[in-house]
Unconditional design. Structure first.
Length: 382
C-alpha cells in the first residue's frame, strides 16, 4: 500500500516522493536493521564489509542471518534482483546492482535478473508494448555494463520468458486473495486486472530455481526498500507452497540533486544518467543543492552541512571508496575549508571519469546480450 512517511512523503513500489523517513519504513514494514551480528557475518564469510553496508546505503534486511547460516552449512543461495524499464538508467539505479555484483563475486552466486517490462506497460497508460521493448533493450546494456559474471547470470525478460514464470505465478496467485493485494499495494476498483496479477509474476523468480532443482533453494533479494511490499506478500505464501521464504537486503535511495526525495526519471535534472554527456554532468552537479552557506564568508566561518548535501552523498554512497578520504571531505565541509563550488568541481571529475568507463562498457555490451539472456536449458549449479 502507499506508505506516507511525513506530510510530504510517499513510498510505494512505483512512487517515491519527498524526504524518506527510513526509521518509519523499517517500523511499518517490519524489517530489521543491519546490526553488528550481520557485519560480523560479512567479515567472516567475505573477509570484509562492503562500503555499501559499512556506510549504511544497504541498511535493512529480512533473514540475512538465515541466508548466511545456510551458506555456512554448505547450502548455497542465489541472488534475485530486477529492473522495471521505464526510461533511461541513472546512477541511483546502478548502486543496488553494483552491490548485487559484489555479492555475486564474493559468494560465487547465481544471479537471476528479472526485467519487468510487463509491469511498466500495465502501470503507465501512455506506454506501448513496442516502446517498452525498446527501453528494455536499451536498459540491458546498462545491466550488462555493471560487470556481472555471464556464467552465473541470467536476465529474464517477463514478456519473453513468461513460459518459465507462469506455472509458478498461478500457484502464487491462487494463494493470494484480491483483498490482500488491494490492501498491500493500494489497488482500487479502477486498477487494471493486469496490475492485480503482476505481484505473482514478480514473486515467481524467488522460487524458480527451487522448481528447476526440485528442492527448496535459498534466495536473497538485494533491492531498494520501496520494493518490499512484493516480498512481504511473497514470503506470506512461501511456506504454503513448499518454498523457502526469500530473504532481502534493502537499500536506501540516492538523493536527488535538488534535494526532493530520490532521483526521478521524470525530472532529468535531478539525476545523472548513464548516457549523459560530460556537459550534462557538469551542468547538473554545478546546479545541485548543497548543505553550504549563502556566501563564501559564511561558509568559511560556519562550515557546511554534509548530512543534507547530495554532493556529499554521491561521494559517500559511491564515488569515494576510501573511508579516510571521505572523512577528510566531511571534516573539510564542516569546518569551512572546502567550499561547495570546489567540492562540485571535484565530484564532476569523478563522475565524468566513471561515465567514460561505463559508457565504453555499455557499448561493448551490445555484442554480449545473448550471453546473458535467460536460457531454460542452462544448467543451474547450486
Amino acid at each position: 500500500m502507499a506508505n506516507r512517511e511525513t506530510d510530504n512523503s510517499e513510498v510505494t513500489p512505483w512512487t517515491v516522493e519527498g524526504e524518506v523517513d527510513y526509521d518509519r519504513l523499517v517500523s511499518q514494514f517490519g524489517t530489521r536493521y543491519i546490526d553488528d551480528q550481520i557485519l560480523e557475518y560479512f567479515k567472516k564469510l567475505t573477509g570484509e564489509v562492503s562500503f555499501f553496508v559499512r556506510r549504511g546505503f544497504f541498511f535493512s534486511h529480512r533473514d540475512l542471518d538465515w541466508i548466511f547460516k545456510k551458506y555456512e552449512g554448505g547450502e548455497r543461495f542465489y541472488l534475485y534482483t530486477g529492473r522495471g524499464p521505464s526510461g533511461r538508467v541513472h546512477i541511483g539505479h546502478l548502486l543496488p546492482w553494483y552491490f548485487t555484483k559484489y555479492l555475486q563475486d564474493k559468494f560465487k552466486a547465481q544471479l537471476l535478473f528479472q526485467v519487468t517490462d510487463d509491469e511498466k506497460y500495465l502501470y503507465r497508460d501512455e506506454l506501448t508494448l513496442q516502446g517498452v521493448r525498446e527501453m528494455t533493450d536499451d536498459n540491458l546494456l546498462d545491466i550488462i555494463a555493471v560487470g556481472f559474471d555471464a556464467r552465473r547470470t541470467q536476465i529474464l525478460i517477463d514478456t519473453r520468458g513468461i513460459h518459465e514464470l507462469y506455472p509458478i505465478s498461478i500457484k502464487v496467485a491462487k494463494a493470494i486473495t484480491l483483498s490482500t493485494v488491494k490492501a498491500v499495494f493500494g489497488f482500487e476498483d479502477s486498477t487494471n486486472i493486469g496490475m492485480t496479477f503482476f505481484p505473482s509474476v514478480q514473486a515467481a523468480p524467488s522460487f524458480l530455481y527451487s522448481e528447476k532443482l526440485g528442492r527448496p533453494v535459498p534466495c536473497l533479494i538485494p533491492a531498494a526498500i520501496d520494493q518490499d511490499n512484493f516480498w512481504r506478500m511473497t514470503r506470506d505464501v512461501a511456506d504454503k507452497l513448499g518454498y523457502y521464504k526469500p530473504a532481502q537486503v534493502h537499500s536506501k535511495f540516492l538523493p536527488a540533486l535538488n534535494k526532493e526525495g530520490k532521483m526521478s526519471s521524470s525530472l532529468p535534472e535531478t539525476a545523472v544518467y548513464t548516457t549523459d554527456k560530460p556537459k550534462d554532468v557538469e551542468r547538473k552537479i554545478k546546479n545541485a543543492f548543497t548543505g553550504g552557506q549563502p556566501t563564501v564568508e559564511e561558509q568559511r566561518k560556519k562550515g557546511g552541512n554534509p548530512q543534507i548535501c547530495p554532493v556529499f552523498w554521491y561521494e559517500q554512497y559511491f564515488f569515494e571508496k576510501d573511508d579516510r578520504r571521505l572523512e577528510e571531505i566531511r571534516q573539510s565541509c564542516l569546518t569551512g575549508r572546502l567550499l561547495c563550488g570546489e567540492h562540485k568541481i571535484s565530484l564532476v571529475i569523478k563522475v565524468k571519469d566513471f561515465l567514460e568507463d561505463f559508457q565504453r562498457k555499455r557499448e561493448q555490451a551490445r555484442t554480449k546480450v545473448n550471453e546473458f539472456l535467460y536460457d531454460p536449458d542452462r544448467q543451474v549449479v547450486l
